[in-house]
Design a protein around this ligand. Structure first.
Ligand code: ATP
Ligand code: MG
Length: 555
């Protein structure tokens, strides 16, 4: 057997080194979402990366809501995030934390900074602060309040906490370096006054810490060893390090950045998903056309397909865009051996077998999954009138067309060879019925004389077919135009992203329960919708079609 070569990603290499050098003796990671929206496929990458590292190193993975900003956060999002993370398979055990529970320690930390002469209360307005900050080319100017005494700062900061000041009247700033080439180090604001209700702490606080100050404190309190975040925080790392150093935490966490996951032709930004939801363009945060985790779940993706996808993506320091087809590849691979393959005709047209006796029916045997014999077989009903896909017939065939056309013989899957003999049309010229004859000698799909046919098509018997709603999806974004309209920044939507059809299906499919998955032969993988299915009347979402343009690159 070939020996597997395990190559480590750059984060694992950093961790190996830290463990070898005694920088830390265990690994503790966290996932810190802001509860201001639903999680999406990008977050799944971060979750599985953090959880996976904790697993690999026998460490611990914490779940922490970064709820330090009282404006946008909602309890609804807290619950959905927990559900999504559990579903993905990441287990925080008993370590579910809320950053807002650390407000007292954050306040203490701020007092400590003031006492060390490392923070001061500033009365400049937000606009003045921006002006004083300078530019990338010019150093900033020091605030006139920068040299307040420790005593005065302590008193003013306490008064801020007591509610003596209005929003924006005063802030607490770290005293670092107004000439730093890194703008984040030019005396950043670390506390602001905001008279707002917080979902967890109510009106206990009217001052709230800024993200760049709060985050390292949260990590340090929880003993996080490796604080993994995305590239946009790279420039914030010196501030992160400054905070843990000045607060003298014995085991400073280490921030490591990696590139966000971007998928082509889908909308990942929370802001844009929110807009689609609010504008009523999609049916909520879990509309199957979205790539929020809730949407992927509703559409029929499995946790395992997402895990495989994230692994294939790898971890990198360089931004890149991943092809959506890779995600489709992962779900097909996951489902192909585990789903029963049944027949459903999504765009039906009648096929009448003129030489099949009127009123006669019979049972035929069909394997449940050709590639997985363990799944057994079932009996399917056959009769004189069937439904086939409209696209499996052409009155005048195009070149290389191998399916049904006048004079051509094809195989009806698991049944007989049939030869097309004619057709009927309505007044508008649309084909309504296709006629054929069958060869009784070819039962089961093979001719005893060894003659071959080039096409095999699927069908359902009209006398027992059931109707079911089927939803076919395309990208919500118009691929040819790109995601955003260059002129006004709006989204270029694909008007065909959802198509609803009434399909004829094998009767067994009517018993499908929410999240049951099937392959509809030749049409793709489908999942019973968890919202709109009713007992005995499932609605099927197409997860993915069977055709693939994606090839796994050779390792
Ligand atoms: P969005 O950009 O979609 O609004 P966000 O970064 O604001 O997302 P947070 O709740 O702050 O959302 O993110 C929680 C964690 O998920 C952060 O550590 C963030 O870096 C990570 N994350 C967010 N988007 C992606 C992505 N596309 N790929 C990988 N990780 C991501
Ligand atoms: Mg964010």
């Amino acid at each position: 057997m070939e020996k597997e070569v395990v190559s480590k990603n750059f984060i694992e290499q950093i961790i190996d080194k830290d463990l070898a050098e005694g920088v830390c003796d265990t690994v503790r990671t966290r996932f810190p979402p802001e509860p201001n929206g639903y999680l999406h496929i990008g977050h799944a990458k971060s979750i599985l990366l953090n959880y996976g590292l904790a697993q690999k190193y026998n460490g611990k993975f914490n779940m922490r809501f970064d709820d330090t900003n009282p404006t946008k956060e909602k309890v609804e999002f807290v619950e959905s995030i927990k559900e999504d993370i559990r579903w993905l398979g990441a287990d925080w055990e008993d370590r579910l934390f809320f950053a807002s529970d650390y407000f007292p320690q954050m306040y203490e930390g701020a007092v400590k900074l003031i006492k060390k002469g490392k923070a001061y209360v500033c009365d400049l307005t937000a606009e003045e602060i921006r002006e004083y900050r300078g530019t990338l080319k010019e150093p900033g100017r020091e605030s006139p309040y920068r040299n307040r005494s420790v005593e005065e700062n302590l008193r003013l900061f306490e008064e801020m906490k007591e509610g003596k000041y209005k929003d924006g009247e005063k802030v607490l700033r770290a005293k670092i370096d107004m000439a730093s080439p890194n703008m984040n180090m030019r005396d950043p604001v670390i506390y602001r006054v905001a008279h707002m209700q917080h979902h967890n702490t109510g009106d206990t606080w009217c001052i709230y810490p800024m993200y760049d100050y709060a985050h390292p404190v949260e990590d340090a309190i929880e003993g996080i060893t490796h604080s993994i975040c995305t590239l946009e925080f790279e420039d914030h790392r010196p501030l992160y390090d400054w905070v843990v150093r000045e607060l003298e935490y014995p085991h400073p966490p280490k921030q490591i950045e990696f590139a966000k996951l971007y998928l082509n032709n889908v909308v990942t930004g929370k802001r844009y998903i929110k807009k689609l939801v609010e504008d009523g363009i999609v049916d909520g945060w879990d509309d199957p056309r979205l790539v929020s985790i809730a949407a992927l779940r509703r559409r029929g993706f499995t946790p395992r397909s997402i895990q495989t996808f994230v692994e294939l993506c790898g971890v990198s320091k360089a931004n890149s865009i991943t092809d959506y087809a890779m995600l489709e590849y992962c779900i097909r691979e996951d489902l192909k051996l585990q789903c029963a393959r049944l027949m459903a005709v999504v765009d039906p047209i009648q096929l009448v077998i003129d030489n099949y006796p009127e009123g006669q029916t019979e049972y035929l045997e069909a394997p449940n999954n050709m590639e997985n014999p363990e799944m057994g077989s079932r009996q399917i009903h056959f009769g004189r009138t069937l439904y086939i896909e409209r696209e499996d017939f052409m009155e005048t065939p195009v070149k290389k067309y191998k399916r049904l056309y006048p004079g051509n013989e094809v195989r009806l899957m698991n049944a007989y060879f049939v030869t097309c003999t004619g057709l009927e049309k309505d007044e508008a010229g649309n084909v309504t019925v296709v006629h054929c004859t069958y060869d009784p000698e070819t039962r089961g799909g093979n001719a005893p004389d060894g003659r071959k046919v080039k096409g095999t098509i699927h069908w359902v018997a009209a006398h027992e077919a059931k109707e079911a709603e089927v939803r076919l999806y395309e990208n919500i974004i118009d691929e040819e135009k790109g995601v955003y309209n260059e002129e006004d920044g709006s989204l270029n939507l694909n008007p065909n992203s959802l198509q609803v059809r009434t399909a004829y299906v094998e009767p067994a499919l009517l018993e499908a329960k929410p999240y049951d998955r099937f392959q509809f032969v030749r049409n793709g993988f489908f999942c019973a919708d968890a919202h709109d299915s009713r007992l005995g009347a499932p609605v099927f979402n197409r997860i993915v079609s069977l055709k693939s343009s994606f090839k796994l690159p050779k390792a």
